[in-house]
Ligand binder design. Structure first.
Ligand code: PLP
Length: 461
């Protein structure tokens, strides 16, 4: 398991951090983590017998901890580990539990539905209502459901190719849209290349995937000009390489250029649903052809949805009629009754305007507080935020492109901060320095995170 080794002390220094003090902090915090968690240590040793990497999803060993933190229970913003240690959770399952762990309306709906059938490959009675809730909230009139955002994005790519008859797609450099082979292309100095670290990839996806930098409208225009691109798949704010915000006019240009080229536009709101009740799309008046949302849409029960315009729906129907038979799109458990019960409860009772007002106000306070911590320690770092989603970045100013963002991170520093915060009862994501504020997060929780951050930063700056 990674222990965030300090491979390049000069890089650490450039970020305003003393490598020796960082090394000292990592050693102390690793020892403290292990000493306080005998039960997680024992479970980790036992799990290694039958789980690859000792975990059921190998990402779970990517936190840079001496051994994985095993979950005891979680409720609201509180996460109790297997050793009974209580934490305030700002990771929230990397957005899967963005509205707090086990929201009571979802728990009730799941319990009721669980006694009445879990999956039948038939539409449940809640289907009409959930469709109306999605259409009213996000503005797209027609929907389909999947089990994960990865599935939804794969489906959108396939539909877009089918209905335009074009082979290619375009993504922005540094994008991540899930376990979707087509999108794992990065822009290198010599042009597009497969994303480093990809395993088992035998098709060269660069044949049909183009990649340009976010905020580079001329490059986008050039890449779409031959009218071979079926779809641009984009997050409205890039969130998976550190946050990259759209510059003024970027989204207007993206919509104009895609329309001119006859290219469909999919906005993936799986993370940016942190913006507000209708996501970034509603908050900023975007007008996509497809809209994708996964992770928290069913309050933590696996489910995702994709919406589209009536015109796209017509094209989908025509594409299907032209060649009836096996579509290759869909999975057996998609749109199961349990997921729909959870989704109805989440949309109607959890993702409320009041919940968002609380989340976004408190997140703004967190962002301001972190900026003050950074200023206080005189560090060349910055903070970015999109609604309830806040991130510290090890650069003096927010990046403009995914390429710039990719050069910012320093795993040794980020990993050490994460570990030290965890030992102070504060969970942040294992990706960049990302934190989420839930409807259940309190001002005291935020104050605790700010105090913990100030303490940790003072030890290494
Ligand atoms: C923007 C975006 N889309 C899609 C996904 C895929 O979600 P899942 O892993 O739940 O399929 C992710 C995952 O992080 C994501 O960040």
């Amino acid at each position: 398991m990674s222990d965030s080794p300090i491979s390049d002390p000069a890089a650490i220094l450039r970020h305003g951090v003393d490598p020796d003090r960082l090394r000292g902090l990592i050693e102390r915090e690793r020892a403290a983590y292990s000493a306080r968690r005998p039960r997680s240590a024992a479970l980790a040793a036992e799990a290694r017998a039958h789980w690859f990497d000792g975990v059921p999803l190998h990402w779970m060993s990517d936190w840079g901890l001496p051994f994985p933190l095993f979950l005891g229970s979680a409720q609201g913003s509180t996460l109790i580990d297997a050793d009974g240690i209580e934490h305030v959770d700002f990771c929230l399952g990397d957005t899967g539990a963005m509205f707090g762990h086990s929201p009571p309306p979802v728990v009730r709906a799941v319990a009721e539905q669980a006694a009445r059938g879990l999956t039948a490959m038939l539409p449940s009675t809640l289907v009409p209502e959930v469709g109306r809730l999605l259409a009213e909230r996000f503005g797209l009139p027609v929907w389909q459901a999947t089990l994960s955002a990865s599935d939804a994005n794969r489906a959108v790519i396939r539909w877009a190719r089918a209905l335009t008859g074009r082979p290619d797609i375009l993504v922005f450099n540094g994008a991540y849209h899930g376990m979707v082979d087509d999108v794992h292309v990065r822009l290198g100095p010599e042009g597009p290349r497969l994303r480093p670290g990809l395993m088992g990839q035998v098709y060269d996806v660069r044949r049909h995937t183009r990649v340009v930098e976010f905020n580079d409208v001329p490059a986008l225009e050039a890449a779409l000009s031959d009218r071979q691109v079926a779809l641009v798949l984009a997050e409205p704010v890039m969130t998976n390489i550190g946050m990259v915000l759209p510059e003024p006019g970027m989204h207007e240009a993206l919509r104009r250029v895609t329309r001119e080229a006859g290219t469909l536009l999919a906005i993936d709101e799986t993370h940016t649903i942190s913006t507000g009740p209708g996501g970034y799309t509603r908050a900023h008046g975007l007008d996509p052809d497809f809209f994708v949302l996964g992770k928290p849409v069913a309050g933590g029960i696996p489910a995702a949805v994709y919406g589209f315009t009536r015109e796209v729906a017509k094209g989908m129907a025509a594409a299907r009629a032209a060649d009836p038979g096996y579509s290759g799109l869909g999975t057996t458990l998609s749109a199961n009754a349990l997921a729909f019960a959870a989704m109805r409860a989440t949309l109607a009772e959890v993702m409320t305007d009041a919940a968002y007002a609380h989340m976004t106000d408190l997140a703004a306070e967190l962002a301001e507080g972190l900026r003050a911590v950074i200023r206080g320690a005189n560090l060349p770092w910055c903070v970015t935020a999109v609604g309830a989603r806040v991130e510290f970045m090890l650069a003096p100013a927010p990046p403009r492109t995914g390429g710039e963002a990719g050069r910012i991170g320093e795993p040794a520093i980020e990993g050490a901060i994460r570990l030290a915060l965890l030992n102070r009862g504060l969970v942040v994501t294992p990706f960049h320095g990302m934190m989420l504020v839930a409807p259940t997060t309190t001002r005291q929780d935020v104050d605790r995170l700010l105090a913990g951050s100030a303490e940790v930063v003072a030890e290494i700056a």
